[in-house]
Every structure is written in structure tokens, then in C-alpha cells.
Design a protein around this ligand. Sequence first.
Ligand code: NAP
Ligand code: ZN
Length: 347
Amino acid sequence: MTDELFMRRALDLAALGQGTTRPNPMVGCVVVGPAGTIIGEGYHQQYGGPHAEVNALASVEDQDLLRQSRVFVTLEPCSHHGKTPPCADLLIAKGVPEVVVCNDDPNPLVSGRGLNKLRAAGIKVSTGLLATEGRALNKRFFTMQEKKRPYVVLKWAESADGFLAGPHFQPVQISGPQAGLLTHKWRTEEAAILVGTRTALHDNPRLNAREWPGPQPVRITLDKNLSLPPSHHLFDGSQPTLVYTHRHRDARPNLDFITLPPDIAAAPDVLPAVLADLHARGLESVLVEGGPTVVGALLASDLWDEMRVFRSPRRLERGIAAPRVGLRSWRTAENVGEDKLFWFENH
Ligand SMILES: NC(=O)c1ccc[n+]([C@@H]2O[C@H](COP(=O)([O-])OP(=O)(O)OC[C@H]3O[C@@H](n4cnc5c(N)ncnc54)[C@H](OP(=O)(O)O)[C@@H]3O)[C@@H](O)[C@H]2O)c1
Ligand SMILES: [Zn+2]
């Protein structure tokens, strides 16, 4: 029970790195001294910065106590020289007798190596404590490592009668202000945000987080024939933007045009190639804000991880239909202002 509490504390610390460690995982670490109390804490704060173990061990005032301490860490300690020296070596050098790990490293090239190194040095090692919670915390990182694509969050707002836009693509405000605020928060939580060509054209979205503090996502749209008006907000250079196209256009500051190879461009669905390219760019997650064509393609090819649907109490009577999903399969449903938010997970 107490071990669980220590690991929970380590997970809470890890979560403080949300948004600043990506595409690295969030990692937390707690040092429990011989008296059974926490004598040191740390977390991975910044991509490229010191790992959680380094910060936690350094925070212990009496370094001699490390020889009688137990270290709780949320991810398998690294064993290779990356941007920083291996944490496994540090734990060994400090004489730590026991290490408790939450999640094994998902990278098959390094998985188990850190643990083996510790065990070979005579350190008592156990893994899997609160593993489910650890995977949930680092869902984006694990998806990126295991599926070689970003974590995909689908999001839209629909009317009570199942429409997400009026007839003839006329933009209508469907969800209320609280849903809008939450959407802006979500935009700070994902590395990228994607919309289809028609949404970019008709809604002219800014795709930034104006109503919530935090990092701005990379904006992404599809524009096969480069037909979107250059005066649209997406092309204003205010934040990094990627446009996937069949044509060629020179890059401008904060605006890149990515020409898809002819064989991919000819395919009916270019999204798998787009996701693979985002993965290659180290973008660990993408919030997909429609429209229904893009969302439908991702649903059909099972390239999604979460779906967040706002259902408004108001009716539209006619318009563009929202993707049909079994609303009974939601994991949670909650009220957000006047709207109902249904949250789905793809298992
Ligand atoms: N209520 C909401 O939450 C919400 C959110 C977003 C949008 N909307 C509404 O949705 C409407 C637009 O939806 P929509 O479905 O017509 O358009 P969309 O999904 O935004 O864009 C469709 C276009 O994007 C390209 N595209 C999409 N998926 C593709 C794929 N898998 N492979 C290749 N190309 C792909 C195609 O362009 P090409 O034709 O050039 O090949 C396609 O015609 C707008 O009225 C907007 O207001 C509502
Ligand atoms: Zn490390």
C-alpha cells in the first residue's frame, strides 16, 4: 500500500512535465530513505534536460543515505548515452540498493537493458507497480513508440439531431462557451492539430489556443491543389504550420508545404502517409478537429485513439451529418456548460 503511494507521488511529479518533455515521456522519481519517508523527489522537466532520476537523487541532502534508500521511478531507467549519461549508471554509482519501476521502456532496442544493468550490479529491481496508470499518463509516448504514429484525438461538436454544420458548409456555432474553452485547453495538450481542406476553407480557423495558456500546436491541413486562399488565418505565419499537397510551393517562415509522392497522392486516403510523416517529425499527438470526411477516414482505417464529442441541446434540422458512432460505447459522459461531452477510447 505505501509502495503504491510512493509510486503515485512519482506519477504526480511526472505529470508536471506535461507539454514540455515531448516527444520524451513524462517521468517522475521519488527517493524513500531508511526511515521510510520521502527524502528526495524529481521529474523530467524539459526535453533534453536532466532525467527524473538525476533530479531526484541530486535533491537528497545527505547523499550517504542513498546507500540505504529505495528509488521509485515511473519508467525503466535508461542504460544508453543519449542527451544525458545513463541513469542506470548513476543509480549504481550512488549505491542505491533497490529500484521500483512502474513501466518498462517500450522501445524494443533498449527495453529491459536498464533493468538488467541494475540487476547485474546487485540492485533489487521490481517493475509493473501502477503500470496501467503509468501507461495512461504517457499514452501519447507509448502510442508513438508502439504504433509508429502520433496519438490521434478526434474532436467535434454536433447538434441534438446529429449535424455538425449547416447546409452548404455555412459555419454555425454548435457548442457553448465552456466547450470552446475546453477545446482551447486541449489544443495546448497535443503537439499538433489537423483539419481537412473544406474545414480550412469554409471555417477559416486559427487553430491556436487563445483562451488557455500553454504551448501552441503545430497546425496541419490538407490542400491537394493548393486551392486554399493564402489570406486565410492558417497561412499567417503566426505558428508552425504544415500543408500536405500534391503540388510544390516554397516554404515560408512557419509555413511548410509537403509534397506527397505521386503514388501516395493518388491514393484515396492520404492520412496514413500524413501520420507517418508527422511521426518522422517527432510530433507525438494530433488533435483532429474535423471535418467529417477526415474524421470518417480515420475511423474507417482505425487510426484513432480517443474521440471527444460535444452534443449540443440545440437542433439544426438539416446540414452536414456528424460521423455515426455508437453513442453507447462512450467511456465517460459529463456536462460541459450547456453541452454533453462524450469521451471514447479505442481499445
Ligand atoms: N462541428 C464541428 O465540430 C466541425 C468541425 C470541423 C468541421 N466542421 C464542418 O465540417 C464541414 C467540412 O467537412 P467536410 O467533411 O466537408 O470536409 P473536411 O473533412 O474538412 O475536408 C474534406 C476534404 O479534405 C481532403 N481530405 C479529407 N480527408 C482526406 C483523406 N482521407 N485523404 C485525402 N484527402 C482527404 C479532401 O480534399 P480534396 O477534395 O481536395 O481531395 C476532402 O474533400 C464544414 O462545414 C465545417 O464547418 C464542423
Ligand atoms: Zn535516464
